[in-house]
Design a protein around this ligand. Structure first.
Ligand SMILES: Cc1cc2nc3c(=O)[nH]c(=O)nc-3n(C[C@H](O)[C@H](O)[C@H](O)COP(=O)(O)OP(=O)(O)OC[C@H]3O[C@@H](n4cnc5c(N)ncnc54)[C@H](O)[C@@H]3O)c2cc1C
Ligand code: SF4
Length: 576
């Protein structure tokens, strides 16, 4: 059985981020008819905001008229930052692409389900090549300061230049345009990085390797149809087959419309959920509740991880260099085996985040810390009134501020549930539960203090972390984790959803361990692996269902059957 013409598409991919773009490209390459439903807008260098003051083009909150690509969701346990655009989080991400330490495969529910350490390197290699990963060659003033501070606390030897998906060919001038350097001429022309520090505001110079210039570009070129501003609101099995074996009906509305939401219905044989950890959990909870997908595992929403992050930093009023220069995350250090710090920046003029930073405050979270913070602010105002006012107001923030992003590869997780929150009992929504994620990492604060001392600046914390004891994270992962059975997770080791046929999840929600590094490369590599098991369209039997397998400890790579034996990631049309 090959193509199924009675369906609108063979596969519908929900979300066009890392997992979604890989899926769309690989499925199209295998001959499937693919649609990608994406809630966010399409962005080009011409419509991207110049600075973060252009709130309506930066923030995503369509009901308030904000139609940007960056979203911030507040939960009791974390403020979750994520992207929302054609190209998913790649439009707003800082393009740091690091592989996780090998130990992540030895913990959590995915351990033993595949020989991850043997299988994953080839997929990381493919992901790195497709995302154009290179070692950052542009160190800005903030990176040099990070190095100096690391040396002063005895960990200078751990300083490294980040691996990034930014076009930085050797011996080329900034702003130089070249024909497609990544996909043998099949991709779009690219321009070299000018080190403006603007990666997280969207690259207006065609230098960041966003998905719409890579995986998704190729998918569209080979026939995938991308539907921007299209939010999926329902996915139902069709034709009386409750397990989805006879296809699915996918309902959408226009995400940016208030009224006239243009409801549409599409049919397909298979579905790939790639709406991000938060987006996929939210959609699956909703569909489970309304009875569309009642067989989803009860483990949905469990094992959500925040990468144990804390944002701190230092502001140096009147610093002689422009600290916004460089790339968004140019370098990093390890202050101990588990604690990783990166130097982060926003482009000049993008000072709106300055409203969220305040004088660094240590201490046990809660009222004590708030009191200590007030005391610190008053003491600072008395000692250096002008300087204190200057560091607390946002103007000039990006030019004078180095954000220190601290991540820890330590175990720690929360849960998401579908409940009525106490403050709004009229409607169910995602709420977080579980043990608090620490907002105060003493070693990280000590480092910020040292950093500020070296430069004569002010060590800074994030205001919401102090006031509400809620950490911020841009790296929410998990919630639909890989496991051996529906008793422990939502998908099997090939990302097939337990309880349904031809249904997959390829995004950050399947990640089953705290990675301790930025997760996009891992999400991409896992999606490459998941897609490598799907046979070419001509050989599809449409019977693919999750194996509720026993815990198999494998010593070699997982045995592949028939058509799956040759890894399609390396098929003739794949881009090496
Ligand atoms: C400011 C910032 C900086 C970051 N920097 C880095 C970095 O340097 N390195 C790194 O590795 N990671 C970084 N991240 C994190 C990274 O962006 C995410 O981990 C990554 O994008 C997750 O990939 P994904 O495939 O799970 O989903 P995403 O890339 O988030 O894509 C999911 C897509 O699904 C869409 N969607 C959701 N629900 C629906 C629906 N119902 N219907 C249709 N579409 C839907 C969303 O609009 C979104 O576009 C950063 C994140 C932020 C916010
Ligand atoms: S530093 Fe500027 S030019 Fe370079 S990738 Fe980031 S936004 Fe683009």
């Amino acid at each position: 059985m090959g193509r199924t013409q009675q369906f609108d598409f063979d596969f519908i991919v929900i979300g066009s981020g890392f997992g979604g773009s890989v899926s769309a490209h690989r499925l199209t390459e295998k001959g499937y008819r693919v649609a990608v439903m994406e809630m966010g807008r399409r962005w080009t260098p011409d419509n991207l905001p110049r600075t973060s003051w252009s709130i309506h083009r930066w923030f995503w909150r369509p009901k308030l008229g904000l139609r940007g690509f960056f979203n911030m969701r507040l939960f009791r346990h974390a403020t979750i930052l994520h992207g929302c655009a054609v190209g998913g989080g790649s439009i707003t991400y800082a393009s740091t692409l690091l592989p996780p330490p090998q130990k992540v495969w030895d913990s959590s529910s995915w351990t033993g389900l595949a020989d991850w350490k043997a299988e994953m390197p080839q997929h990381f290699e493919t992901a790195s090549r497709m995302l154009g990963v290179t070692e950052n060659k542009i160190l800005g003033p903030a990176d040099h300061l990070l190095k100096k501070a690391a040396e002063s606390v005895g960990c200078g030897h751990t300083f490294y230049c980040t691996k990034v998906g930014i076009f930085q060919p050797p011996d080329a001038k900034p702003g130089q345009t070249f024909p497609d350097p990544f996909f043998g001429g099949e991709g779009p022309p690219r321009t070299t990085c000018i080190a403006c520090g603007g990666c997280m505001m969207g690259c207006r110079y065609n230098a960041k390797n966003t998905l719409d210039l890579g995986y998704l570009y190729l998918a569209e070129k080979h026939g995938a149809q991308v539907f921007p501003e299209t939010k999926v609101v329902d996915v139902r099995p069709m034709n009386g087959a409750n397990d989805g074996g006879a296809g699915y009906e996918v309902s959408t509305v226009k995400s940016t419309a208030w009224i006239r939401r243009q409801p549409r219905r599409f049919t397909c044989r298979g579905v790939v959920f790639s709406a991000s950890s938060l987006g996929t959990m939210e959609l699956l909870f909703r569909l489970n509740e309304k009875g569309s997908l009642p067989a989803i595992s009860r483990r949905l929403g469990k094992h959500v991880r925040t990468n144990s992050e804390s944002l701190i930093g230092a502001r140096m009023p009147g610093w002689h260099e422009d600290l916004s220069q460089g790339i968004a995350i140019g370098s990093g250090i390890y202050i101990d085996e588990n604690t990783h710090i990166e130097a982060v920046r926003y482009p000049r003029g993008s000072d709106a985040m300055g409203f969220l930073t305040t004088i660094l405050t240590n201490g046990r979270p809660g009222s004590q810390r708030i009191a200590l913070w007030l005391k610190n602010v008053v003491a600072s105002l008395m000692r250096h009134p002008f300087k204190t006012v200057r560091v607390l107001q946002p103007w000039g923030w990006a030019r004078e501020f180095v954000i220190l992003l601290c991540m820890q590869a330590l175990e720690g997780e929360i849960q998401m549930r579908w409940q009525r929150p106490w403050f709004w009992p009229f409607k169910k929504c995602l709420v977080s539960r579980g043990k608090k994620v620490p907002t105060y990492i003493p070693k990280a604060n000590e480092f910020a203090q040292k950093f500020a001392q070296l430069t004569g600046g002010f060590p800074m914390s994030m205001l919401p972390e102090i006031l509400f004891d809620v950490p911020g994270t841009a790296h929410c992962i998990g919630g639909c984790v890989i496991a051996d059975s529906p008793d422990h997770g939502v998908v099997d080791s090939r990302h097939r959803v337990f309880g349904y046929k031809n249904m997959y999840i390829c995004d950050g929600s399947v990640v089953a361990a705290n990675l301790g590094v930025n997760p996009s490369l891992t999400i991409t590599a896992l999606a490459e692996r998941a897609m490598s098991f799907i046979p070419p369209a001509a050989e599809a039997t449409w019977l693919d269902a999750a194996s509720d397998s026993a815990h198999v400890t494998v010593t070699g790579a997982a045995p592949l059957a028939g058509s799956q034996r040759s890894n399609p990631a390396y098929s003739p049309r794949s881009h090496k």
